[in-house]
Design a protein around this ligand. Structure first.
Ligand SMILES: [Zn+2]
Ligand SMILES: [Zn+2]
Length: 143
């Protein structure tokens, strides 16, 4: 999982590290690990799907961050058979379409919204009110 941290990911972890309400380092560490887990669910990944030489279903590995990483891993294997890459779409991004992802780059910054741009109606040249029924957002806010 070779990743380049993105600005919004750094911000999310930083917010925890600067939170003065944690009572112990253990508590903070657990919160950071959970947060990073959620962060990684906001990314798409690649799996390496393996087939044995005789055609039987093989072993699958992942997630990998890039095709380059998959190839580097596959080149180190010497178990035979063949492999192909399968794209894994971010479950966190899918859920964020429903639950919202407040303060997350690319999602609406309206304080009560946090939904994806496409949940907002197109009004003129800008995106208007959020179409999620329970959402009070009246206009997409890019930041
Ligand atoms: Zn919304
Ligand atoms: Zn919105």
């Amino acid at each position: 999982m070779r990743i380049t941290p993105r600005k919004e990911e750094v911000e999310a972890v930083k917010a925890l590290l600067e939170d003065p309400t944690f009572e112990s380092a253990d508590q903070m560490a657990k919160a950071v690990i959970k947060e990073v887990g959620e962060i990684l669910q906001m990314r798409d990944w690649i799996a390496l799907v393996h087939t044995w030489k005789d055609g039987r279903r093989g072993l699958n590995w992942g997630p990998f961050a890039s095709e380059v990483e998959v190839k580097a891993f596959a080149n180190k294997l010497s178990i035979g058979g063949s492999g192909h890459m399968v794209k894994l779409y971010a479950p966190g991004a899918m859920l964020a379409n429903v639950d919202g992802k407040k303060g997350w780059k690319g999602w609406c910054f309206h304080p009560e919204c946090g939904h994806a741009p496409f949940t907002h109606s197109m009004a003129g040249n800008s995106r208007g009110a959020c179409q999620i029924p329970t959402c009070p957002c009246d206009k997409f806010r890019a930041s």
